[in-house]
Design a protein around this ligand. Structure first.
Ligand SMILES: NC(=O)c1ccc[n+]([C@@H]2O[C@H](COP(=O)([O-])OP(=O)(O)OC[C@H]3O[C@@H](n4cnc5c(N)ncnc54)[C@H](O)[C@@H]3O)[C@@H](O)[C@H]2O)c1
Ligand SMILES: O=P(O)(O)OC[C@H](O)CO
Length: 333
């Protein structure tokens, strides 16, 4: 459900793994183009989609008989999208979230939104997350990912449905950790992009990645995640890929801010969904709610939404009270 960048490439993965896929596209013209030419002209005009992929602009048609429903819309629109779709889901279907964001207002993770809107049991809801830049996967460059579900058997079923020569999914039962890793890394990638835009070097960038992972782990542990998840593909793996890649929309958005662009100017350059710009608000709200310090996310939120200059944000972060490193990795700090 969603014929954007990741939805389109994920359909290719499923089909290459032998699963017939119907993509739901918001615009009829995109569905028509996929059916007629087996390409998505808006996102990947140069990538052939396998014959097992078809498309429709009718969500009811897309959902009919679907054993696996893959959700790939912007995080902040999911609730509205799902409200219209939930009456048409097969009662046994697995609901797989590809989204990497936290809902504004409720501070809910995407699987929480899915459970709330559809009423599906948690055992039917899974998330896939990892270092998965859609463009590289479209070109069949090898990568790995994580399928997380509290029901291990269901995670294995999804794993089998998306294993190809270029896409290697692992399973995990830590849904909370995998989702938080995916959502917070977008905010840290904004910070990394800002540093790059300001001309800062590799020490600064490594510091952002490392301290970004520390604050992600702190939040995760407070919310019951398994700390080892953050050393894995949905944690460190995705953080490194997103921070360092010019293909990342969050990196690019941050870089524009670091170069002095306004939020609107940066959005014009990035075009597609840069989830961290909105999720920095919900993540800092969530962190405050549960009493966890997330200074990099706070700084990004203030740059994006309170007009703080990125250079002033650096000064604030560097001026924080010094402390033992081990303390700052504890979930009660
Ligand atoms: N692109 C990637 O490389 C990638 C990789 C992994 C995860 N993700 C995550 O997947 C999710 C989807 O990202 P994407 O890259 O496919 O985004 P995108 O902006 O490329 O596509 C979003 C899709 O959602 C559709 N949509 C449905 N309802 C909408 C609405 N009300 N408003 C706006 N769009 C609406 C759009 O038409 C579009 O097809 C995000 O949470 C993102 O973080 C993306
Ligand atoms: O382009 P981004 O910044 O949304 O990142 C894409 C993926 O999440 C990378 O794993």
């Amino acid at each position: 459900m969603g014929a954007g960048s990741w939805g389109t490439v994920f359909a290719k993965i499923l089909a290459d793994a032998g699963t017939p896929v119907t993509i739901w596209a918001r615009r009829q013209s995109v569905a028509d183009a996929i059916n007629a030419g087996h390409r998505n002209p808006d996102y990947f005009p140069d990538i052939d989609l396998p014959g097992l992929v078809s498309a429709t602009a009718d969500p009811v048609e897309a959902l009919e008989g679907a054993d696996l429903v893959v959700l790939s819309v912007p995080s902040q629109t999911l609730r509205g999208n799902l409200a219209a779709w939930s009456g048409h889901l097969e009662p046994h279907a697995t609901l797989l979230s590809l989204m990497k964001g936290i809902e504004l207002g409720t501070t809910e993770r995407m699987t929480e939104v899915i459970a709330e809107v559809t009423g599906a049991a948690e055992s039917r809801i899974a998330v896939l997350s990892g270092p998965n830049l859609a463009r590289e996967i479209a070109e069949e460059q090898p990568t790995a990912s994580v399928v997380a579900c509290i029901d291990h058997g269901r995670a294995v079923d999804v794993q089998k449905a998306v294993t190809t020569s270029y896409f290697r999914p692992y399973t995990n039962t830590d849904v909370v950790g995998c989702e938080l890793g995916g959502a917070v890394k977008n905010v840290i990638a904004l910070a990394y992009g800002m540093a790059a835009g300001m001309g800062m070097g590799d020490n600064t960038k490594a510091t952002i990645i490392t301290r970004g992972l520390a604050e992600t782990s702190r939040l995760g542990m407070r919310l019951g995640a398994d700390p080892t998840t953050f050393a894995g593909l949905a944690g460190l793996g995705d953080l490194v890929a997103t921070c360092s890649s010019p293909l990342s929309r969050n990196h690019t958005f941050g870089e524009q801010l670091g170069l002095g662009a306004t939020l609107e100017e940066a959005a014009r350059v990035t075009k597609q969904t840069a989830e961290g710009v909105k999720s920095c608000r919900s993540i800092t709200d969530l962190a405050r709610k549960v009493g966890v310090e997330m200074p990099i996310c706070d700084a990004v939120e203030r740059v994006c939404h309170e007009g703080l200059d990125p250079r002033a944000a650096v000064a604030l972060l560097m001026g924080r009270e010094t402390k033992p490193e081990t303390d700052s990795l504890r979930s009660d700090k």
